[in-house]
Each structure stands twice: as structure tokens, then as C-alpha cells.
Design a binder for this molecule. Structure first.
Ligand code: A2P
Length: 275
């Protein structure tokens, strides 16, 4: 008998010894209230064990509510939130996040973007970890140059960099550089916020292997060693996005997807920073 690998079983080791599930539900742009509560509840029912939120998303309270109502033990679910870097102190802001989430700690706390310089928030992030508010700390929207500044600041290195990533945003130098530094890269907007699902190449590959465009895009990121956090507010899509551990893309299909890159294999996290 063959068994289908389940979303909750696939994990990647972080440099600090913790483990992160390779699939998470992202809740960027999901409104606080029933929409977020339902999305998180469905994801947990469907086997997701990783939820990615942020202070600026404004929906931590609903994420926390869905977690508690799921009845799943806290330590079974990997929860990420992110420091809003327009605020002063990362540790103080995480205390507030924990109150909204209704939990004693998050598994991962990220600097949401490098506002005010790559290292401005880092001492507060390390303090949040020392206080036990966060098991692991990392960054988001940091390019290779900014990652190196954080490493130089130390003493605790970031273990994750979460960036916009898909075949169309194939930041090859950033991924390879991060992997050399033992930093796990997480792909946000792995479906291009939905835009990449209608691409001809993606659709052709999906049809030829009997999968959906979303599964093809997510599998491509997974095969590069990334963690993926697709967003959906629909139960059937949340289910579909988890069925990515029971097939592989061929070398030929992978090469066709690789060729969609529009970033010129950049080491940067962003073409046009918004901060
Ligand atoms: P919805 O939330 O209405 O289901 P990304 O993860 O790149 O940000 O993409 C999220 C967008 O893609 C959302 O608009 C979401 O819509 C849509 N989406 C997510 N999963 C799927 C899927 N399996 N099929 C079609 N659209 C999807």
C-alpha cells in the first residue's frame, strides 16, 4: 500500500536546531474576523501545521482564535509573525502580538522589511528570543547584502529570509547565497498573488502531468528547498495547495519554469522597495 505524504510531515531544519514545516498558510490581505478564522481553521483541519501572519496584516487575533478553537496542541503548530519595522522596539511589539494571538510564544519572528537599515531592529529581535517570546528569529524582504549586515551585527544570526518568490521572481543568487549561509528561504506570493496561475507554460505543464497550476508553482519552489506559504480563503484551494508532496517535476519541466525568471537571477529581495 502506498501512502500519500502529508503536509504536516514535511519539515526543514533551521540553523538554530528548530524545524519548520515546508508548507504554511499565508494570511496576508485576509481580513480580520470570520474570513481569517475560517481560512486558518480549514488549513488546520486539512493538515497544515504552519500559519504565517504579521503585525501589519491586522489579523493576529483571528489567527489566535482559530488556533485555540482547533483543539490542536500549541506545540504542534508553527506560528510566524513579523515585526512592523515602523515601530520602535521589536521585543515590546512581540509582547503585544502574543496578547493578540493568545499564546506564550511564536515559533518564528521576522523583521518584516529592512526599514531604517538592515540591522536597526536586530537587537530587539534577539531580546525577543532571549525572553522566550520567539523560538527562532529571521528577516523578510532582505537581499543578500542586507542579510550579511545582519550576520555582521550578530551575535545571533537570522535563520530565515522570507521573500517574494516564484518562477517569475526567481531570485537565484539570493536563494543560493542564503543557502550557503544556512538561511532557509520562504517564498511569499508563490502564486504571484494569483497572477501566475494563468501563464501558458505553467498551464501546459499542469495539464501534461495532471496537476493544477497552483500545485506546479508550489512544487517548483519546494524542489529548490524553499518553504512555501500560499494564501487562500477557499477551503478547496487550501486543500489543493497541500497536495504537493506526492509528485515531482521533471528536469525538463523545471527548466521551462526556471526560464520564466524576470529578475535576472538577482540577489536582491525586491525590484522596487516600498519603504
Ligand atoms: P483566494 O484567496 O480567493 O482563494 P499568493 O499565495 O501568491 O499570494 O496567491 C494568492 C492568490 O491566489 C489569492 O488571490 C488566492 O485567492 C489565489 N489562490 C490561492 N490558491 C489558489 C488555487 N489553488 N487556485 C486558484 N487560485 C488560488
Amino acid at each position: 500500500m502506498t501512502t500519500t505524504p502529508k503536509a504536516e510531515d514535511a519539515r526543514t531544519a533551521l540553523a538554530d536546531g528548530n524545524q519548520i514545516p515546508q508548507l504554511g498558510l499565508g494570511v496576508w490581505q485576509v481580513p480580520d474576523g470570520p474570513t481569517t478564522v475560517n481560512a486558518v481553521r480549514w488549513a488546520l483541519e486539512l493538515g497544515y501545521r504552519h500559519i504565517d501572519t504579521a503585525q501589519v496584516y491586522g489579523n493576529e487575533q483571528s489567527v489566535g482564535r482559530a488556533l485555540r478553537e482547533s483543539g490542536i496542541a500549541r506545540e504542534q503548530v508553527f506560528v510566524t509573525t513579523k515585526f512592523n519595522p515602523s515601530r520602535k522596539d521589536a521585543a515590546a511589539e512581540l509582547e503585544r502580538s502574543l496578547r493578540r494571538l493568545g499564546t506564550d510564544y511564536v515559533d518564528l519572528y521576522l523583521v518584516h522589511w529592512p526599514q531604517g537599515g538592515a540591522t536597526r531592529a536586530w537587537s530587539g529581535m534577539q531580546r525577543a528570543r532571549e525572553l522566550g517570546y520567539a523560538r527562532s528569529i529571521g528577516v523578510s524582504n532582505f537581499g543578500l547584502r542586507e542579510l550579511d549586515q545582519v550576520f555582521a551585527a550578530g551575535p545571533v544570526p537570522p535563520v530565515v529570509d522570507q521573500v517574494q518568490f516564484s518562477p517569475f521572481e526567481y531570485r537565484r543568487a539570493l536563494v543560493e547565497g542564503a543557502q550557503l549561509r544556512n538561511v532557509v528561504v520562504e517564498a511569499y506570493s508563490p502564486l504571484g498573488t494569483g497572477r501566475h496561475l494563468s501563464n501558458q507554460t505553467v498551464r501546459r505543464i499542469a495539464t501534461s502531468i495532471g496537476r493544477t497550476p497552483a500545485q506546479v508553482l508550489l512544487r517548483w519552489s519546494l524542489q529548490l528547498g524553499l518553504v512555501v506559504i500560499p494564501k487562500s480563503t477557499h477551503r478547496e484551494r487550501i486543500a489543493e495547495n497541500a497536495q504537493i508532496f506526492d509528485f515531482s517535476l521533471s528536469d525538463q519541466d523545471t527548466a521551462a519554469l526556471d526560464a520564466l525568471d524576470r529578475t535576472n537571477a538577482t540577489g536582491r529581495a525586491h525590484e522596487r522597495p516600498w519603504w
